[in-house]
Ligand binder design. Structure first.
Ligand code: SF4
Length: 351
């Protein structure tokens, strides 16, 4: 692991991003525009799952009302995702938004940019410049002939310069691509050019399995090189699954130590229980546990408890029975079909 690159600090609601602050996890609402109740419910679910920042698409007056209601109902920093309409940016800021995602080069005249910057400054709101492979300006594409890391970085810098010329520096940048190598190289390039916090993500990553895998490779590679201040795992799935995936990426790199970590063996001929189902059930149930513990799910008593000696608590199959072990020592024997419930009884007892 390389040391984390030092970036500037920006404030988003009651959180700080960049510098030495924790890497923040974010997601985006996918509820129907105007369905305030659903937006509130999903924001609460995201927060409960461990999400730090919630983003929503702001496309019209109904979305602005939604921002107002969300700010009243849920205590989580909120980001407005705006495509081209500078008036929506102004309205979202008035409605209490904590950050806006807008590309200043796409909103028209200098006056419009100045109006947004002025209001963002007054309210101490950062702006995220979000570049992706589909949004590169024709002049930049013409220069590079293809969407390459240099083109994406130059496109990001085009927007950065507009904000800097307006004396605005509360900037966050994302450069997303669905190609993992392109995304990695683009972020590396932009991180050499600026010290603004970077929002990492692989865009259009896919459904839960493939999207998590691609995000883990892309986001994880960059984080391991000390690049990145906030992450969004984009999945064609319930946004809550994005939070679980993001937390697991951060845990894998030992960048967060909160919540349980699961280790489970791959099974072999020594395994006498249905360990795959057991491990999947334990994984799901652990999502509701917030203790900093290591939990082992092992297939046999010959190697299981020994191999998982450093686990705080674990289970292993043993010919129709289940054994519970603590730091490698067997503490309880239960029928196989009670193994998961017995494990969670023991987890409840842990400090
Ligand atoms: S713990 Fe036992 S069942 Fe699991 S892989 Fe190791 S030897 Fe095989």
């Amino acid at each position: 692991m390389e040391l984390r690159k030092k970036t500037r600090e920006v404030k988003i609601g009651n959180l700080k991003m960049g510098a030495d602050n924790p890497i923040l996890i974010q997601s985006m609402l996918n509820t129907k525009n105007g369905d305030v109740k659903a937006a509130i419910e999903q924001s609460i679910a995201l927060k409960n799952a461990g999400c730090d920042i919630v983003r929503l698409a702001v496309t019209d007056e109904a979305s602005i009302s939604c921002v107002r209601e969300l700010k009243k109902a849920v205590d989580i920093p909120l980001v407005a995702d705006i495509q081209f309409d500078f008036r929506l940016a102004l309205d979202a800021i008035s409605a209490g938004i904590d950050k806006i995602r807008i590309n200043p080069g796409n909103i028209g005249s200098d006056e419009r940019v100045k109006a947004v910057v002025k209001k963002a400054k007054e309210r101490n709101i950062p702006i995220r410049i979000g570049v992706n492979t589909g949004s590169v300006h024709p002049s930049v594409l013409e220069k590079y002939k293809t969407v390459c890391p240099e083109a994406l970085a130059e496109e990001a810098m085009r927007h950065v310069k507009i904000l800097e010329e307006n004396d605005f520096s509360d900037i966050v940048i994302s450069i997303k691509a669905s190609s993992v190598p392109l995304m990695i190289d683009s972020y590396k390039l932009i991180s050499e050019k600026v010290d603004y916090p970077l929002h990492l993500g692989v865009t259009e990553a896919g459904t839960e399995y493939l999207g998590t895998l691609k995000s883990a490779v892309g986001i994880g590679s960059l984080l391991s090189q000390g690049i990145g201040d906030t992450i969004r795992v984009s999945l064609t799935a319930d946004p809550v699954r994005e939070i679980y995936a993001a937390k697991d990426i951060l845990k894998s790199l030992e960048l967060i130590k909160s919540g349980p970590t699961l280790v489970s063996c791959p099974t072999c001929a020594r395994c006498t229980v249905n360990l795959i189902d057991i491990a999947n059930e334990v994984t799901e149930r652990l999502k509701n546990v917030d203790k900093n513990i290591k939990v082992a799910v092992m297939g046999c008593v010959v190697n299981g408890p020994g191999e998982a000696r450093d686990a705080d608590i674990g289970i292993t199959g043993a010919k129709g029975e289940g054994l519970i072990f603590k730091k490698g020592e067997i503490i309880r024997k239960v029928p196989e079909n009670e193994i998961v419930s017995a494990l969670f009884e023991e987890i409840d007892k842990l400090d």
